[in-house]
Design a protein around this ligand. Structure first.
Ligand code: BG6
Length: 520
């Protein structure tokens, strides 16, 4: 993550990581080369990096998957991937950069193999030796774009073939997708298995939220402006709301989602990353360990939920049939692959506290759900009410609260809500909003969010990746809730698809005299 100060009016498309030097030479081995993640995000991100001329002449990709295929057929299928990627963005002016794609396409090769078979890893080893002989480079990134049950076995096989050993200044790195474990014990076990065969510096546990420009911008907003930080604490902040609402349902992922649910899928990872960015102390530098230590500390400081709190402060819901824009939406239990009596939650809301000097007593309300009526990811920081003696005749609930909202998606930007006098002879106050939109200043970008993350892996910058302790701190905070649910405590509330979620989630705030931000 290169950090530079630029005049905003001069900055260009962030996808180009403008001004960044080329990444060092490397071979990228993608496990799951024919999978959805590779098609939707990895290959398009590599193409964008190639178009921005950020990949080295000696860069190469080895795709590994179990389906039959050859170098040629792999190049062909990825050409379709990129054509689709560009076509989907044609309304934003995207056109295929033929030169960039030809450049990247010529560097793709394919290894067919079973991920549990040692011969697959021997074949990869030969290809890497070839790269060393032909291009004189032995740096390698192994990208695990596969189901989580393969993480441990792949790492064991790579270690057994001696492919993780760094020697003669050549580095070996492994990128691991989520879900990283399904509870605290399994996350710890996976970390232990990984760290037995490689060093923490070699491990890049990805959380794709951290690839989003607006998520990275939280740190910039907080720490490069003098006006926010003095107010960023319990004396001035009433509460914080973090929302990730999605209109999509479970789609074709029932097998994964049935065993996972909204809490595991979103909270210890994405939502806690947003919480950490919002609540952490300023790191002493942008150095990876400095940033990750601050994040770990704040997640560690989440007040451990007691047995009763794990139920009282948490609401879980599941979408039932509903309508959106006149269209019938089926309920979760009617989705293909979902059990008709499924107890998996598709919505969760939590009230948490952070036990430290900055945040003691300030509630952090978190909610995330599928099949809501609108898509919205945002962080709203609500400031305490001004002393209202001056406006004695205005009922206090009518004074507009000051809310700083960081809009992460789909609109990207920030807005500040405050009160102003409505013109006229009588002093009447009205709520107004000041808005900053990313698109106005920086234009829209065709980046996937993975460009920065991949570039950081090649340059060895772990700042935007989760360290073992970050992951474990997240699971530790939600474990009491998982335990409560496993004991059959905590009711599952149905909510109609196309609404804001279960009404019980409203009550979580109403009983504190607060309200969720409106979703639309
Ligand atoms: C993924 C979850 O990690 O994040 C999905 O598994 C979720 O269930 C997705 O839809 C949300 O990411 P984004 O970038 O679409 O907001």
């Amino acid at each position: 993550m290169p950090v530079q100060a630029l005049d905003a009016t001069l900055a260009s498309d962030p996808a180009t990581l403008s001004g960044a030097p080329k990444a060092p030479p490397a071979t990228l081995v993608i496990f799951g080369a024919g999978g959805d993640l590779t098609k939707r995000l990895l290959m398009p991100a590599l193409y964008n990096l190639a178009a921005a001329k950020l990949l080295d002449e000696n860069f190469a990709v080895i795709g590994v998957d179990r389906l039959d295929g050859s170098d040629d057929s792999y190049r062909q299928s990825q050409t379709e991937t990129i054509s689709n990627f560009v076509a989907a963005r044609s309304n934003r002016g995207a056109t295929l950069d033929e030169a960039a794609w030809t450049w990247l396409r010529g560097r793709l090769s394919y290894v067919q193999g079973d991920l549990q078979d040692p011969r697959t890893y021997q074949a990869i080893g030969w290809r890497l030796n070839e790269a060393l002989r032909e291009r004189g480079q032995a740096n390698c990134v192994f990208y695990l774009a596969v189901a989580d049950r393969f993480f441990g076995p792949i790492i064991d096989h790579l270690a057994a073939e001696n492919l993780l050993r760094e020697q003669d200044k050549a580095w070996r790195r492994v990128v691991i997708e989520k879900p990283f474990g399904h509870d605290l014990a399994s996350a710890k076990a996976l970390n232990a298995r990984i760290l037995k065969v490689m060093d923490e510096q070699q491990v890049f546990r990805i959380d794709h939220f951290l690839g989003k420009e607006t998520v990275q911008n939280i740190m910039a907003l907080r720490f490069s402006n003098g006006i926010f930080e003095p107010l960023w604490q319990r004396d001035h902040i009433d509460h914080v709301q973090i929302t990730a609402a999605e209109t999509v349902g479970v789609e074709s992922r029932a097998r994964f989602y049935e065993a996972t649910g909204a809490l595991r899928d979103m909270v210890p990872n994405h939502m806690f990353q947003l919480l950490a960015m919002t609540a952490m102390e300023p790191p002493t530098s942008f150095d990876a360990d400095a940033v990750r230590s601050e994040k770990s500390k704040v997640i560690d400081a989440i007040h451990p939920l007691g047995r009763a709190e794990a139920v009282e402060r948490v609401v879980r819901g599941q979408y039932a049939p509903g309508t959106l824009h006149g269209q019938h939406l089926r309920g979760y239990r009617e989705e293909p692959g979902v059990a008709p009596d499924s107890g998996t939650e598709t919505y969760v809301a939590l009230k948490l506290f952070i036990d430290n000097w900055r945040w003691a007593g300030v509630p952090f309300y978190i909610r995330t759900g599928k099949r809501t009526h609108t898509r919205r990811t945002e962080i709203a920081i609500q400031f305490k009410q001004a002393p209202y003696a001056l406006f004695r005749d205005t009922p206090v609930e009518r004074l507009t609260p000051n809310i700083l909202t960081l809009h992460l998606q789909p609109q990207e930007g920030a807005s500040l809500q405050f009160s102003a006098k409505i013109p006229g002879p009588v002093v009447h106050l009205g709520g107004v909003r000041m808005e900053f939109s990313y698109a106005d200043y920086f234009g829209t970008s065709n980046s996937t969010g993975y460009e920065t993350l991949l570039y950081d892996v090649f340059t060895g910058d772990n700042t935007l990746f989760q360290r073992a302790d970050n992951i474990e701190a997240g699971w530790r905070a939600v474990q009491p809730v998982l335990d409560a649910w496993a004991e059959g405590r905590g009711e599952l509330h149905p909510y109609a698809a196309g609404t804001a979620g279960p009404t019980q989630a409203e009550r979580l705030l109403v009983r504190d005299g607060r309200r969720w931000m409106k979703l639309a």
